[in-house]
Design a protein around this ligand. Structure first.
Ligand code: BGC
Length: 743
């Protein structure tokens, strides 16, 4: 190996420009391009760089952003999208694709939710792992971001996310953990924000203790663009590559090396990790043909989009009857809202709208009126509104396309309301006054309130569906595709019902994740709140029956089996969801948590058995007392259904658990100690002398929650005798006695 000067090593731990790493001449490593983003390759055009380059990328397929992809609940489809993203990266000369984003949707108001998968870490982790596997199968790297707890855009570069340990581990780190341990991403991108008082880029706990030491991440850690404040501290914390270039930070590292503030080994280590990853990417790119199959990728984008559509409500008006006289209203039918704004904005190879596809499938030139503009800053005039009402009045069925404008949700800022724009709601009211046969199709990157749902005949959640979303929506409206998408985020009745509502987005002192473990459906279920549409919900044009549930513990977790039958008249896909709860848990828990899912495609009358394996790690909770993951022993409630509130089958299964024994101490409470038979046996004899007199039932009840040390203190007796008894019990238990304390 030729010698690489230390200056070149330091240089490789920082970028060359906005999108490239440094070259290392001595070892023939060229510059490597890293670029966004999660649902398409946004390669800045040659003349565009930095922030000004947003929107000026070379053409690439715009697949459905994560908000759409996640609603498919389809690992294999998501993996295929990943493969296509990998192919396009190679073709366009991109060595690392900056995505997926796996932050949780803690609040529907987060402006960047369109780039994230869900309010639930399990499905987020499963689908993101599939995407990463797909991307990396093509020989380029993915970058899982934004690590960690970056769940809002407000003040995103400074705000301190203040989260308790269990919530951090079980919700906000969990999807990262799954992706890192199961899909081995080449890179992880740290976030801008602070986590419990330290910026992510300088957070040793996150970047080294958790990511590398616990999860075994062996790729590199890259900064979010401009997230590094102190590169010497960042290197020490475990950040390997600072992006974009920052010459002042390079100089600071060289100075720190010279005066001993950082040791060379730390720099060498970061250099080694960067070199290893970029070498792989560079070798792959050297063999690139520069081509990808744009038509095939467009077709894949359309298939993914159609599978992402969620039919929220339908009284039978959908699928549309052949020959029905239609009117199409809403600018979004003509000008699709198909991706989010900010760094992930792809320049699509092609963009198809719903209006043309509807007209083609309907075989008629259905009248169209925009009704409103997608830019609320310049409202449409009364004529646009009146024209829409006029065509609606003449139609048998009115398709009304509503949604959020591009400037209403974006990277960089949050929404301040869950409402659709007032202008659109007013238009819908006026249409309903002249025609009740209305189907509403919404386009949005995260849930919006749908107060009109019970007064229209169907509601179709169209998310942001990428460049082929328009025809995909038409396919569903006409029944060419049977809808099978399901919600990965709850649609509440009121913004105030969202569990994080009072705590979001915090203030200059930080954002306290005060709802703790009760994010999304976990919170609505714990408070038994009614919601508009629950997590996991999504209708079909056919119907499914669930039967013969069998659940059994296995060496690696739980095995869930059931039969699903298509009882309707159309072929269709059903997403089966498995939720697990532990009603008598000793720790705070949500009533149920998603722990498995599978999808089945069945012909009418068709039936199939599906097996869903649940891993122990997914059943585990973070034990604060033991500082580790543990599966609690107990009777688990396993519920299987078509949504988190449409649970068709359930059963209870007993798990032994794997919690470490926790010895008795003087800090154990009386009731905890009495639960240990050996202690209970001794209690009668011991209580008198140790506590200065016999303890009657009433006092014992009152003192049940008091630590033994307090009982001793009240008695005025020395603790020695009790301590000796505890030591004896603990020693017997350690020697194999059966009744291990779990206190
Ligand atoms: C975003 C990242 C993105 C990076 C590069 C940042 O502002 O937060 O998600 O990958 O810019 O565009």
């Amino acid at each position: 190996m030729p010698d690489v000067p230390i200056e070149a090593k330091v240089a490789l731990t920082g970028g060359a420009d906005f999108w490239h790493s440094q070259a290392v001449e001595a070892i023939g490593l060229p510059q490597v391009m890293l670029t966004d983003g999660p649902h398409g390759v946004r390669k800045a055009a040659a003349h565009a760089d930095g922030l000004s380059g947003i929107g000026q990328a070379v053409p690439a397929t715009c697949f459905p952003p994560a908000v759409g992809l996640s609603a498919t609940w389809d690992r294999d489809l998501v993996r295929q999208v990943g493969v296509a993203l990998g192919e396009e990266s190679v073709a366009l000369g991109v060595g690392v694709l900056l995505g997926p984003g796996v932050n949780l949707k803690r609040s529907p108001l987060c402006g960047r939710n369109f780039e994230y998968f869900s309010e639930d870490p399990f499905i987020t982790g499963e689908l993101a792992a599939a995407l990463v596997t797909g991307i990396q199968s093509e020989g380029v790297g993915a970058s899982v971001k934004h690590f960690a707890a970056n769940n809002q855009e407000t003040d995103r570069m400074r705000r301190d996310s203040q989260i308790d340990q269990r919530t951090l581990r079980e919700l906000y780190l969990r999807a990262f953990q799954k992706v890192v341990t199961e899909a081995r991403p080449w890179t992880v991108m740290c976030s801008y924000n602070q986590v419990n008082g330290t910026h992510a880029a300088e957070n040793h706990f996150l970047l080294t203790e958790v990511l590398r030491d616990e999860w075994g991440h062996d790729g590199l850690v890259v900064s979010d663009w401009g997230a590094t404040h102190d590169r010497v501290a960042a290197l020490k914390a475990g950040l390997d590559l600072e992006m974009p270039a920052n010459p002042a930070h390079q100089a600071a590292v060289l100075k720190a090396l010279a005066n001993g503030d950082i040791d060379q080994a730390t720099v060498e280590q970061a250099y080694g990790r960067v070199e290893k990853v970029l070498r792989r990417a560079a070798d792959r790119l050297a063999a690139s043909t520069g081509k990808f199959d744009a038509a095939a990728h467009h077709a894949l984008a359309r298939r993914a989009a159609a599978q992402a559509v969620v039919l929220l409500a339908n009284d039978g008006v959908l699928p549309l009857a052949a020959g029905a006289k239609l009117a199409v209203v809403g600018e979004f039918a003509r000008t699709p809202r198909y991706q989010g704004a900010g760094s992930s904005r792809v320049n699509p190879t092609r963009l198809d709208n719903a209006l043309d596809a509807i007209r083609a499938l309907a075989g008629q030139d259905a009248p169209f009126a925009a009704g409103f503009t997608t830019d609320p800053a310049s409202p449409a005039g009364p004529d646009a509104h009146d024209q829409a009402v006029a065509i609606a009045e003449q139609a048998e069925v009115v398709l009304v396309f509503l949604g959020l404008g591009e400037n209403q949700e974006s990277e960089g800022y949050d929404r301040d309301t869950m409402d659709l724009p007032a202008e659109q709601l007013a238009l819908l009211e006026d249409i309903l006054a002249v025609n009740r046969n209305v189907v509403v199709i919404v386009s949005n990157g995260s849930s919006v309130l749908l107060p009109f749902a019970s007064r229209v005949r169907a509601v179709v959640e169209g998310w942001l569906l990428g460049q082929a979303g328009g025809p995909a929506l038409a396919d569903v409206l006409f029944g060419l595709v049977n809808p099978s998408g399901k919600l990965t985020e709850t649609i509440p009745k009121r913004a105030q019902d969202v569990p994080s509502y009072p705590h979001f987005p915090g203030d200059r002192s930080g954002v306290r994740y005060g709802e703790g473990l009760f994010v999304g459906y976990r919170g609505y279920d714990a408070r038994q709140l009614e919601v508009a549409y629950p997590f996991g919900h999504g209708l079909s044009y056919t119907s499914f029956d669930y039967s013969d549930l069998a659940v059994a513990p296995t060496a690696t977790g739980l095995r869930v089996e059931l039969t699903v039958t298509n009882t309707g008249a159309r072929a269709g896909r059903e997403v089966v969801q498995v939720y697990v709860g532990l009603p008598a848990s000793k720790v705070v828990r949500a009533p149920r948590e998603l722990k498995g899912f599978a999808s089945l495609t069945l012909e009418p009358g068709g039936s199939a058995r599906t097996v869903i394996e649940i891993a122990n790690q997914d059943l585990a909770h973070w034990s604060v007392l033991d500082q580790g993951w543990a599966v609690e022993g107990g009777d688990y409630l396993v519920e299987v259904g078509a949504s988190s509130r449409d649970l068709r089958l359930s059963t209870t299964v007993t798990l032994a658990g794997d919690e470490p024994p926790r010895p008795l101490t003087l800090q154990s409470t009386l009731s905890e100690a009495l639960a240990v038979p050996a202690f209970a046996n001794l209690w009668e004899q011991m209580a008198g002398p140790a506590l200065g007199g016999p303890v009657d039932a009433e006092v014992a009840r009152m003192m049940a929650d008091a630590p033994l040390s307090a009982l001793v203190a009240f008695s005025g007796q020395p603790a020695d005798q009790l301590q000796a008894a505890i030591d004896r019990i603990n020693a017997n238990l350690a020697n194999g006695a059966k009744d291990c304390p779990r206190v």
